[in-house]
Write a protein that binds this ligand. Structure first.
Ligand code: SF4
Length: 381
């Protein structure tokens, strides 16, 4: 298996083009993964690019409506629609279904038990569902071993050396992505571009992630006096969608100073535990270092404490929750989070997305009202 250096695409090319290049130039197939967190290092060690399916936004509902229960969220609906249309099978040889929520559980059973993938094989990844630390630790380690074996069964043997290499490379990508997220705006990179670059982690080959993040970090960090008069906010929710959200925030005079989305900030460890030399143990410790998340049976009190602490540290003036419609895990945490932020002097607002193709006008009105209430001066673009 070629581990090699960056394959030439450092994030500018499209996802489809990147996957084609990976296949044609490097002989790397792809593994598709549903949200949120899964051990992508194992697929990397098997020489496969991981491509995550966050919807995609803007897929017209069709057959998926008959396959999913009414409580399923639009992300699961769009993903199943994409699967039923054969779009996933066209690029990936395997589908990973993490046990994130009931919506994905319902989707998973359509693919695993009822053949919705049209022959696309699928494997699951279960997160611990208990808060007991010892039970969580042993479940997680067992699950990582089971997951590795499941991938080996479908993709071939995964050697220790390849796994150690993959874990080390993803640790480097984690470190660089965390810096790029936390250090704020950079010279010559707009805020929507910085966030779009970070989200390319969802589909870039790991060496290309490392190269793209390094290149971005070589740009000098902007000193605060050059942030303009944009108002710092905390952004939360599952994922920064629909498309155009970050551009709209920028245009409304808002700047994301803390990202608490499940797709980005919540799955980047703030501090990586030292490497142990045992790749699966390093993976387990990485999981344990992640902040609490509604999609991983996190402790709500711990999540509230962390969100409030980060909001205070970054001196944000408001918080915006972008809620995917019918997203049970986030809706469960939302009232307590908003109340705690209010108590800490941080006003918040919510906008709900059905994973539309573009930016809906009604959402724009809500965002403008929120920006105005924070004293932001829109039209700063
Ligand atoms: S948006 Fe919420 S309900 Fe939908 S797949 Fe993600 S976690 Fe599950």
């Amino acid at each position: 298996m070629e581990h090699g250096g960056p394959s030439g695409t450092t994030g500018r090319g499209s996802r489809r083009q990147h996957l084609r290049e990976q296949r044609e130039r490097h002989g790397r197939g792809a593994v598709a993964a549903l949200p949120v967190e899964h051990p992508r290092e194992v697929a990397t060690a098997a020489g496969r690019v991981t491509v995550e399916i966050w919807g995609p936004p803007g897929v017209a509902p069709g057959r998926s409506q008959a396959w999913l229960p009414s409580f399923a969220c639009p992300l699961a609906r769009n993903a199943l629609e994409w699967i039923l249309r054969g779009e996933v099978r066209a690029v990936a040889e395997l589908l990973v279904v993490p046990h994130t929520c009931d919506s994905l559980q319902a989707l998973g059973s359509q693919v695993l038990d009822l053949g919705a993938g049209g022959g696309l094989p699928a494997v699951t990844f279960y997160h611990p569902r208990t808060l007991d630390p010892a039970a969580r630790a042993s479940f997680l380690r067992d699950e990582l071993r089971r997951y590795r074996a499941a991938l080996e069964q479908r993709l071939g043997r995964i050697g220790e050396e390849a796994l150690a290499w993959a874990v080390e490379r993803h640790r480097e990508a984690d470190r660089l992505a965390r810096r790029l997220l936390d250090e704020g705006p950079r010279e010559g990179l707009s805020e929507p571009e910085r966030f779009a670059l970070l989200r390319r982690r969802e589909w870039l080959w790991v060496e290309d992630q490392v190269a793209a993040f390094r290149a971005a970090l070589e740009r000098p960090a902007l000193p605060p006096e050059r942030f303009g008069d944009r108002v710092p906010i905390l952004l939360s929710g599952i994922v920064a969608e629909p498309p155009g959200l970050l551009e709209e925030l920028d245009g409304a005079g808002l700047r994301v100073a803390v990202d608490d989305t499940a797709a980005l900030g919540r799955r980047l460890p703030e501090l990586l535990p030292p490497a142990t030399g045992e790749p699966l143990e390093d993976l387990a410790r990485r999981y344990e270092a992640l902040g609490p998340c509604s999609t991983r049976t996190g402790d709500l009190d711990a999540r509230i404490a962390r969100v409030v602490e980060r909001a205070r540290r970054a001196a944000v003036r408001g918080a915006l929750f972008v809620i995917v419609a019918r997203c049970e895990p986030e809706l469960f945490d939302l009232p307590a989070l908003r109340a705690a932020l209010r108590e800490a002097g941080v006003p918040s607002a919510t906008i709900e997305t059905d994973l539309e193709a573009g930016w809906p006008a009604a959402m724009g009105t809500r965002l403008e009202a929120f920006a105005e209430s924070l004293g932001a001066r829109g039209g700063a673009r």
